[in-house]
Design a binder for this molecule. Structure first.
Ligand code: ZN
Length: 339
């Protein structure tokens, strides 16, 4: 049964059937998707989301978004205010225990102790770390450097154990920021060569600009990968698919809250803004105004970029599944279903 809170419209179905069904392969590894439980928000803080997002929620969504596809996930936590980190991690552990095809990047804040991280990472489903700039020790989420929300002792630990790190870069220019590029160059080539970086949101390039500035340097760094989460502008995909190694690019949706709404991430010059079309008071005087899900906008842009970059069918299958599954050592037999 489909949950009531899944808002899937006829206009979404039309886009799927007419534009996407032939493009999206039969196996999908979503390398950027979030769990959330209201019960893990400490008392006194009002949870930011009304609904929980557990494995059942993700599978229900997958079933309507990508009918008949086999799913795997790299789960991330949610950095919402008031999150009890230990409780959140325990909820994830219990939720995914024994479920094939699921991995988790452990939520870390600068105050997490290495011994706790070490204990949790003994679980083979836990393959990396997910720091968030919202926990920056500087208190400045807009302009912090990597080590200010992922301390060096945690990077040392990740390096020792060859862990993944899903990294949503901070600083105004994201991957185009000189300090971020210098830090990534130092970490990938000298200081922490074993960390496998997964740069979220096309290295946080929601517009054409940051990735065009950075791609020539990023592509020379070892152990750099990109997830596509929440990027709906076609231009960052064109730059990545034509100038980077496509095998370093992994499909990621950023569901539920950040991608399964009707709207997109509007590029406004070099700025961008989350745009929920249901909230904007839009009137559509010139057309039949039926905005589609942001995750479908993402897929449409990726499809156009794939056409421009002339990727092969195998390369497209890699984007959606093989690139991430191979890099993370996930076996074909581990495919979960979304039935
Ligand atoms: Zn996300």
């Amino acid at each position: 049964m489909i949950q009531e809170n899944i808002d899937y419209r006829d206009c979404d179905r039309q886009i799927w059937e007419e534009e996407l069904a032939d493009f999206v392969p039969s196996k999908i590894f979503d390398s950027h998707i979030h769990f959330f439980w209201r019960s893990n928000i400490v008392e006194g803080v009002e949870p930011i989301q009304r609904d929980d997002n557990n494995l059942n929620t993700l599978n229900q969504w997958a079933k309507v978004l990508y009918p008949g596809r086999k799913m795997q996930y790299l789960i991330l936590g949610s950095p919402f205010p008031g999150t009890d980190v230990a409780r959140h991690i325990e909820s994830v552990r219990a939720e995914i225990a024994g479920v094939p095809g699921i991995r988790y990047n452990r939520l870390v804040t600068p105050s997490c102790k290495i011994e706790d991280i070490e204990r949790d990472l003994k679980n083979p489903q836990f393959i990396g770390l997910k720091p968030y700039r919202t926990y920056s020790v500087t208190g400045d989420i807009g302009q912090c450097r990597i080590h200010e929300f992922l301390p060096h002792e945690q990077m040392e630990f990740a390096n020792q154990h060859s862990l993944w790190v899903t990294m949503h870069l901070s600083r105004w220019h994201g991957c185009a920021d000189h300090q971020n590029l210098k830090d990534l160059e130092e970490y990938t080539s000298k200081r922490y060569p074993n960390i496998k970086w997964l740069l979220a949101h096309c290295a946080r390039s929601f517009t054409y600009w940051p990735i065009r500035q950075a791609v020539m340097r990023l592509r020379d760094m070892p152990n750099i990968h990109y997830d596509t989460s929440a990027v709906t502008d076609v231009r960052p995909y064109i730059t990545l698919l034509t100038q980077e190694n496509p095998q370093r690019i992994f499909w990621g949706s950023d569901g539920v809250g950040a991608a399964f709404f009707h709207g997109h991430y509007a590029a406004l010059g070099r700025a961008w803004q989350h745009n929920d079309a249901d909230q904007g008071g839009l009137e559509f005087p010139h057309c039949d105004g039926r905005p589609i899900l942001a995750v479908y906008e993402q897929l449409m842009s990726l499809k156009f970029a794939v056409e421009i970059a002339e990727l092969s069918k195998d390369q497209v299958e890699g984007l959606f599944w093989g690139n991430a599954a191979n890099a993370m050592g996930i076996d074909n037999k581990e495919l979960a279903t979304n039935d």
